[in-house]
Design a binder for this molecule. Structure first.
Ligand code: ZN
Length: 117
């Protein structure tokens, strides 16, 4: 889900700039727009100035925290990318052993390879 889709579920939405909105927080009795919504490259950030947790805001909207990640980049979370970068930097100068290469393959590629025989 992107931020533009998310804000359609909110009330009192005001656009504050490119990829930026304010709205009434659905997780508490909000009179003013306490909720800020910010679209980043891979996810939608929500911040309630009254201190509601993102998980509470999501459940008030009937969505899960996972839905805040954009569909196209959901599979590669930042922390996984960071881990991979570290691994590449550690192993980058060495030739990879076959065992390491097999590990680096995504889990779902093994059955697909088997079917091709
Ligand atoms: Zn709130």
């Amino acid at each position: 889900m992107n931020a533009a889709e998310l804000v359609t579920r909110l009330e009192g939405v005001r656009e504050r700039g490119p990829g930026k909105w304010s709205a009434r927080c659905p997780a508490h009795e909000d009179r003013g727009p306490s909720l800020s919504v910010l679209e980043t490259e891979d996810r939608v950030l929500m911040h309630c100035f009254a201190g509601c947790y993102p998980a509470d805001i999501c459940s008030a909207l009937g969505i899960s925290l996972r839905d805040l990640f954009r569909d196209d980049v959901r599979r590669r979370r930042n922390d996984e990318v960071d881990d991979e970068m570290k691994r590449r930097m550690e192993h980058g100068s060495r030739k990879r052993a076959p065992a390491e290469r097999a590990e680096a393959l995504p889990a779902h590629s093994a059955p697909i390879a088997a079917f091709s025989f």
